[in-house]
Design a protein around this ligand. Structure first.
Ligand code: FES
Length: 575
């Protein structure tokens, strides 16, 4: 059985060799497109092609990539079980497997003929053979161009579609994907039409169809025999893979089996060696899987509820993906997890999770209760602003305020959970320990002060206005997670910490300060020995009062957050 490390290595090698071949095909098609100008233009382009691909380095790279990609393609065909293929995967597979059969003749009459007999063929000879001597191979060649191009484009699409830039690049890539083969086929067609005329010219025939350019009959017969043998070999290799798949299927269904159980009580019995994703697919259990089981997208992730010890530890590649999504300890990629015993799993993403969300790196967060820090900010005097300013000006100022505050919050590690007109609420601690989360919130406070100060500098010069604001910060246990469906899905924080933070923000007016932070936040951040002004705040729904610290100017906290998180310090503001 291939290990996960081996699978990732094989996948990367297939990608590299595929990209090399795609580059080769692209240069080949661009060369063909010069036929729209003339055959001499095609021959001139061929000089560059030969320089690229017929030197020692180019030849080694090209033929290593070709043979490796072909063998890895056969291996992928063997490895992949029969279920869960998407339409594009089936098309890509069929096109890929047909390429050796379409390519074989061209390979023997050009590169192998050149290598063994020194036959120097160019576009004149090739167009003659495709359009005059043997039209069947002309059709095969045109089909090969299209098949190789589509096969490569599908591979590129699967690779690129998870990248954040894909949406923006898509129109350009689509245009190139259509233009290149169309221009190449038109060039091939134009070159062929010219050739139909040239072929009647005795002078042209004498100059272009001599034995050094088209080969001698004995050599050509030998090449044809080798080509036929190679076609049989390719057919045999394909048959061997099909046979190996059948033998494996027989052995698997007769051998040891494991059971995979899902939250709805469904249970699937599959041969040992299947991944959890393959188990889902074999039983048609809906399971998100955007990258097709290549271990790249993480949408197949599951929480292992029972039987985690039956699954080998994650490979380096899987670990990297799990780290990227900050996965909890029992979370694994279903496409990489191959249990050796019974397991119970919970798929964590909806089966129809959209690829667009993946590109934007948006992960739905299932509800969870955890320690968090909530920071609420509100712009003061926005009502007066709306009454005294033109609507456009008022919206502009509020927009600048929200943007400046939002930038400070996210830069400090917060996640914005609510926009409340002219205010925001952010949550810290979704991926940080309590001390760091509190520290991040205090850093955000200072960053807000800095950003608004900069904004006020501009506003005051233009309008005479200065923005004032109030901030409340409190921490504690809360329920966080995404609620809603589709476009309505939104991150939410529910709990006492959120309510208290909002209340502390409103106390800023009463205490005549820019921020009110709870002593819990101050203490947890590591500043318990630092004395700040103290007040007791009574909050709705609470019997006990809350010890809080009014901060007259948030910039006073800058001295505490400038050096990064602390263990425990003893300083006073302004010290
Ligand atoms: S299906 Fe994409 S990582 Fe598993």
């Amino acid at each position: 059985m291939t290990t996960n490390v081996g699978r990732i290595w094989v996948r990367n090698l297939r990608l590299c060799t595929g990209l090399t071949l795609f580059f080769y095909v692209t240069t080949h098609l661009l060369n063909h497109s010069l036929g729209n100008i003339s055959i001499p233009a095609m021959e001139a382009g061929l000089v560059v092609q030969k320089w690229l691909w017929q030197g020692i380095v180019g030849t080694v790279i090209l033929y290593s990539a070709l043979s490796t990609h072909y063998l890895l393609g056969l291996w992928a065909f063997y490895e992949r079980r029969h279920f869960g293929w998407t339409a594009t995967e089936v098309v890509q597979l069929i096109l890929g497997l047909s390429i050796p059969f379409l390519l074989m003749n061209h390979l023997f009459v050009t590169r192998i003929s050149l290598a063994l007999y020194g036959t120097e063929k160019g576009y004149n000879q090739e167009l003659y053979s495709f359009w005059v001597a043997g039209r069947f191979f002309g059709v095969v060649q045109a089909v090969l161009l299209v098949v190789a191009w589509i096969h490569g484009c599908i591979g590129l699409f699967h690779w690129l579609r998870l990248k954040p830039m894909f949406s923006r690049a898509m129109p350009w890539l689509a245009a190139v994907a259509v233009l290149v083969p169309v221009l190449a086929l038109l060039g091939f067609f134009q070159g062929g039409r010219t050739m139909l005329t040239l072929a009647h010219d005795p002078a042209w025939r004498a100059a272009n169809l001599n034995p050094g350019q088209v080969g001698v009959p004995a050599h050509n017969a030998q090449l044809t025999a080798w080509r036929n043998d190679s076609l049989l070999g390719a057919l045999g290799a394909l048959g061997f893979v099909l046979l190996a798949r059948a033998v494996r299927a027989l052995r698997e269904w007769r051998g040891a089996a494991v059971r995979v159980t899902y939250p709805d009580g469904r249970s699937v019995r599959v041969p040992m060696g299947f991944s959890v994703l393959e188990a889902s697919r074999s039983a048609r259990v809906p399971h998100a899987c955007i990258c097709g089981g290549r271990g790249r997208c993480s949408t197949c992730r599951v929480r292992i509820v029972v039987g985690a010890t039956c699954i080998p530890p994650p490979s380096t590649g899987e670990q990297a993906v799990l780290r990227r999504i900050a996965a909890a300890p029992m979370v694994r990629l279903a496409c990489q997890a191959r249990p050796s015993g019974d397991v119970s799993v919970v798929p964590l993403l909806p089966a129809n999770w959209p690829v667009t969300a993946l590109r934007r790196r948006e992960w739905p967060m299932p509800g969870q209760e955890r320690f968090i820090v909530v920071l609420t900010v509100d712009m003061r005097d926005s009502t007066r602003l709306a009454e005294t300013r033109l609507p456009f000006d008022a919206v502009f100022i509020v927009d600048r305020f929200v943007t400046s505050v939002g930038a400070a919050l996210t830069a400090s590690g917060g996640r914005i959970s609510h926009f409340l007109g002219d205010g925001l609420m952010a949550t810290f601690g979704l991926e940080a320990e309590p001390r760091e989360a509190c520290f991040q919130a205090l850093s955000a406070l200072v960053a807000i002060g800095r950003n608004i100060e900069a904004l006020n500098g501009v506003l005051h010069a233009q309008t005479g206005d200065r923005i004032r604001y109030g901030v409340g910060v409190h921490c504690g246990s809360a329920v966080v997670g995404d609620i809603g469906e589709g476009a309505m899905r939104t991150f939410t924080t529910l709990g006492d910490a959120a309510n208290a933070a909002a209340r502390l923000e409103s106390l800023c007016k009463e205490f005549h300060c820019e921020a009110v932070i709870s002593n819990d936040v101050w203490r947890t951040a590591g500043f318990s020995m630092v004395r700040l002004p103290e007040r007791e705040a009574s909050l709705r729904g609470r019997q006990a009062t809350l010890l809080v610290h009014p901060i007259e100017r948030v910039e006073h906290l800058a001295v505490f957050v400038s050096d990064g998180p602390v263990q425990e310090i003893q300083r006073t503001p302004g010290a």
